[in-house]
Write a protein that binds this ligand. Structure first.
Ligand SMILES: NC(=O)c1ccc[n+]([C@@H]2O[C@H](COP(=O)([O-])OP(=O)(O)OC[C@H]3O[C@@H](n4cnc5c(N)ncnc54)[C@H](OP(=O)(O)O)[C@@H]3O)[C@@H](O)[C@H]2O)c1
Length: 274
């Protein structure tokens, strides 16, 4: 998201300060990179002072003993809020997740909810988006499916009847850009979802077509693989989010943003797998 939104902003006349960590993916072509490990270094303040907004896209969807959801999703959001206050940045934009709710018992959603609360209670102006699956040319899910496709078969865990509401990355870039200054986005939590709800079965079929065989695996087996290996393509929380069947309010997003979102069929064309 950082790269896509950063490029879009730069093309549209914004001066962008990309903040990346040491050893991260630093091939950034839209601004002078600033290095930060945790957004808390005092030297960072000067580099971003007076910016109109902080776009906080740091996030983690799989935790390990060395890098927990609390450490990344919550603590770095707390640091992002503190950075805004130190640098006089009045607005923060955050990407949370569709399905995040106070009542959720999923560790990932709990961390995202706590991160949202850090922002809501900060006194800053904010827009928090809760995205469904953001689709782009090389997004992580497409890459997994493309990799499986090259091996001849694509795997669906369980029934595949669970649904998603994909939204195209270039549309997300537009919405985020509008949210920087448009008043109607102020202090709002908004579902970031595309125009069509599709089952995972349909989505995989539409994306893969006849290029590979589609194979259902027992959900228990997929879950076991996810539990026992950090190399498994889907983590336990990825699977939980999928079966969570989270659907959002696209109409509200259209009403607030005034953007005409890319239709599902055109999204598939834009992100065709090879
Ligand atoms: N893409 C989606 O479909 C989707 C859906 C719902 C919510 N979201 C949320 O949207 C945000 C951006 O997603 P994305 O797809 O752009 O994910 P991504 O490509 O994995 O980017 C996550 C960013 O967080 C940084 N990061 C991760 N752990 C960090 C740590 N310990 N310290 C500092 N930086 C760290 C990564 O840095 P490196 O580049 O150095 O690894 C990367 O820049 C995330 O918060 C994600 O939860 C995305």
């Amino acid at each position: 998201m950082g790269k896509n939104v950063g490029r879009f902003l730069a093309k549209n006349g914004f001066e962008v300060v990309p903040i990346v960590r040491k050893g991260g993916k630093k091939t950034v072509d839209f601004g002078q990179v600033v290095i930060s490990e945790n957004l808390a270094e005092s030297s960072l303040t000067g580099s971003v002072k007076g910016s109109v907004a902080l776009l906080h896209f740091i996030g983690k969807g799989r935790q390990t003993a060395d890098s927990s959801y609390d450490a990344v999703n919550v603590n770095l959001t707390r640091n992002a809020v503190a950075l805004c206050k130190k640098a006089g940045i009045k607005k923060i934009i955050y990407l949370s997740g569709l399905g995040v709710d106070k009542k959720s018992t999923l560790g990932y959603f709990i961390s995202k909810f706590k991160a949202e609360q850090e922002i809501v209670k900060s006194g800053l102006d904010y827009t928090i988006f809760r995205p469904s699956y953001i689709m782009g040319k090389n997004d992580p899910l497409s890459q997994i499916l493309a990799g499986q496709m090259r091996k001849g078969s694509v795997v669906i865990a369980g029934s595949g009847k669970y649904r998603l509401q994909p939204v195209l990355v270039s549309d997300v870039a537009q919405v985020v850009t509008k949210a920087i200054s448009a008043k109607q986005f102020s202090k709002k939590i908004i579902d970031l979802v595309g125009p069509q709800v599709v089952t995972y079965n349909k989505f995989v079929k539409d994306l893969v077509g006849a290029k590979a065989q589609i194979r259902h695996v027992d959900f228990e087996q997929a879950y076991h693989d996810a539990l026992s290996s950090s190399d498994s393509q889907f983590g336990v929380d990825d699977l939980s989010i999928l079966v969570g069947d989270y659907i959002g309010n696209h109409k509200k997003l259209v009403d607030i943003s005034g953007i005409e979102f890319t239709k599902y069929g055109d999204m598939l064309q834009a992100c065709r797998l090879s």
